[in-house]
Design a protein around this ligand. Structure first.
Ligand code: KG4
Ligand code: ZN
Length: 340
């Protein structure tokens, strides 16, 4: 099955990153991402601007991905693209481009679920990184998603928990906004958290049944806390920034780990993988290592370039579907609310 030389181009445009990647069998030859800095001044992604930037970026990004892989488009066996979930205007750019290219080259088109991409990124061949065995639990944590998924096989997945409001990355970014930090604030909060006392301030964890998450109450609690404290001392934030960040991080990581523990207990699964931009967080990485000691978990964190939004994860899913000859129909459409 793996003896053939299969080249697949993956295209990702679900949110604010335009990305393209070439995969040769299970190995990534190129992984190009054009980030859109335009959103920084707005403190969040502006959909209208995102789709416009995708249109500007898509041709150069694909061109670069092919050049870096040192192949021509005529050597491709299929085009894989993100069908959803995501922002409709953003998805339409990648979908239409992928369709046209596949049609022009007369090769198969393969639609990919972005969330499955985050999870199946663990199956890219990378030296020093192990692939999780089935079944495993995958927690996808980013600015757009927070899910726990039971992965029985590549395309046999079940969402067993998800956020009922904000995503965990949003909790970081919105807390950062309250503290006057730049966007996205996750990395900065993480950096400062490592210098502060995690127990300096206490924020109550939300009470959500089962394996679901909620982060909007935490954001409000932080807002009220900061408003109250700065009334008493206008320099409160500056004086306590590291402790505030450490306390926020401690609360957020506590919420994530509580749910993972429960998911592992309920399913009896001890192989735990994470994905999405928040996987870069030092707190979650340390907590997973602790889990290996305390609960006998085996944990999997993908290489950094495959955790944030990227097209390599779309290309690997494309490759797995190609092996199954699971191709898209020519009338396939983008789906902003696509489910796993
Ligand atoms: O996966 P990603 O690049 O894009 C999507 O949102 O899909 O994730 C970006 C999110 C942002 O919310 C950012 O603040 C957060 O990931 N993030 C972090 C860290 N690095 C990125 N959050 C906490 N700690 C980090 N080190
Ligand atoms: Zn994502």
């Amino acid at each position: 099955m793996h003896s053939e030389n299969i080249y697949i181009l993956g295209i990702e445009s679900s949110c604010d990153d335009t990305a393209a990647s070439v995969i040769h069998n299970g190995k990534i030859l190129s992984n190009v991402v054009a980030n859109q800095s335009i959103h920084e001044e707005f403190g969040g992604v502006v959909p209208e601007l995102a789709s416009r930037a995708h249109q500007q970026n898509i041709v150069p990004v694909v061109h670069q991905a092919l050049a870096k892989a040192n192949i021509t488009k005529n050597q491709l066996h299929a085009i894989a693209f993100t069908r959803g979930p995501g922002l409709m205007g953003s998805l339409l750019v990648g979908t239409s481009f992928a369709k046209s290219l596949a049609y022009g080259l007369n090769i198969p088109l393969i639609d990919v679920n972005h969330m499955q991409g985050h999870i199946l990124a663990h199956f890219i061949d990378v030296e020093g990184f192990n692939k999780p065995p089935f079944p495993f639990l995958a927690m996808t944590i980013s600015g757009g998603h927070t899910q726990i998924v039971k992965v029985k096989h590549y395309f046999d997945m079940e969402v067993i928990g998800e956020t009922i409001d904000d995503a965990v990355g949003e909790a970081y970014d919105k807390s950062g906004k309250i503290l006057g930090l730049g966007y996205p604030a996750g990395p900065e909060i993480d950096k400062r958290a490592q210098l502060g006392n995690p127990k300096a301030f206490k924020f109550t964890k939300p009470k959500v049944d089962g394996l679901n998450f909620s982060f909007s109450g935490l954001k409000t609690a932080i807002l009220y806390f900061i408003q109250k404290e700065t009334k008493a001392d206008p320099d409160f934030i500056t004086k306590n920034i590291n402790d505030i960040c450490a306390s926020i991080q401690y609360t957020i990581i506590g919420i994530l780990i509580d749910k993972l523990k429960l998911a592992s207990k309920q399913t009896g699964i001890k192989h735990i993988a994470i994905g999405g931009g928040v996987s870069a967080n030092s707190g979650i990485r340390n907590a997973l290592k602790d889990g290996e000691q305390k609960f006998g978990w085996t944990t999997y964190v993908p290489k950094f370039e495959f955790t944030t939004d990227n097209a390599a994860m779309i290309a690997i899913v494309g490759y797995l579907k190609y092996l199954d000859k699971d191709f898209s129909k020519s009338n396939i459409t983008a789906n902003a609310r696509l489910k796993i």
